[in-house]
Design a protein around this ligand. Structure first.
Ligand SMILES: Nc1nc2c(ncn2[C@@H]2O[C@H](COP(=O)(O)OP(=O)(O)OP(=O)(O)O)[C@@H](O)[C@H]2O)c(=O)[nH]1
Ligand SMILES: C=C(OP(=O)(O)O)C(=O)O
Length: 228
């Protein structure tokens, strides 16, 4: 069951590398353009976040023109990627996120490769993180991070890459092993893409991969409010 968030209480940074170097570990299925797949994964992630916190409090950090134009048209904020890696991108987004609500919102970073996540998942995770100065939601393997939160933009301490869940814990974040399999399913390679498809994915990824025959039962489950 998802939980409602107070309006303006959270802003969420979504870093998206985009372009030809994005998602280099992921081999697109036959007949699917790799760049379009990387973009679709990101747009589904942004859509879920916007559904949870409102588009004006989604800050997408990217230098990819397709992603930037698409999310800007939805009302999200776009910050150019400083080009100094993932943590620097997250920090650039966090600085901008602070100004998206008054009083300043809590700030989170959700990596832009979780196309199975629903708005309800994002809202539930942010609500669960609200009592803590900082929190981390690990990925499905428990090693990486899908969501990092902080009370303010100044106290967000990104340590992404590799075993980042532990790195974020060591930097002071409380680990939240939430029972939100769709939120925790990041897509890095073919195996994780298959797992995401079996959980259900957002409209952009589903449309691009429709010819692969995403199981109808999984799509039904995704839409079932009892599982949202
Ligand atoms: N803006 C921005 N986003 C990044 C950067 N590096 C990674 N990301 C995003 O962070 C998320 C997780 O990163 P990865 O899974 O490593 O994605 P990736 O670098 O595109 O993929 P690989 O080449 O397979 O490592 C994805 O949404 C990426 O788009 C960066 O330097 N800038
Ligand atoms: C960058 C991270 O994710 P990935 O597994 O996509 O490399 C991370 O978890 O810190």
């Amino acid at each position: 069951m998802s939980r409602a968030l107070a309006p303006g209480s959270w802003a969420v940074v979504v870093p998206v590398k985009g372009g030809p170097r994005a998602k280099s570990r992921l081999r697109a299925p036959d007949g699917v353009d790799h760049g379009q797949l990387a973009t679709a994964l990101a747009l589904d992630t942004v859509t879920a976040v916007a559904g949870a916190v409102g588009p004006a409090r989604v800050v997408v950090v990217t230098s990819d023109p397709t992603v930037a134009a698409t999310v800007a048209a939805t009302g999200a904020v776009v910050v150019p990627d400083p080009g100094a890696g993932l943590d620097a991108a997250v920090l650039a987004g966090a600085r901008r996120a602070a100004g998206t609500a008054s009083p300043a919102p809590r700030v989170a970073a959700l990596l832009g490769d979780v196309p199975s996540a629903t708005a309800g998942d994002v809202a539930t995770a942010l609500a669960a993180a609200t009592p803590y100065d900082a929190a981390v939601v690990p990925d499905a393997d428990g090693v990486g991070t899908v969501l990092l939160t902080a009370r303010t933009s100044e106290t967000l301490r990104p340590r992404f890459g590799g075993a980042s869940a532990l790195a974020h814990e060591q930097a002071g974040a409380v680990r939240l092993d939430l029972d939100l399999p769709r939120l925790r399913r990041d897509v890095d390679d073919e195996a994780s893409l298959r797992r995401a498809l079996s959980l259900g994915v957002g409209d952009h990824t589903a449309a691009l991969l429709a010819h692969l025959g995403t199981p109808a039962a999984d799509r039904d489950e995704r839409d079932d409010p009892r599982t949202a």
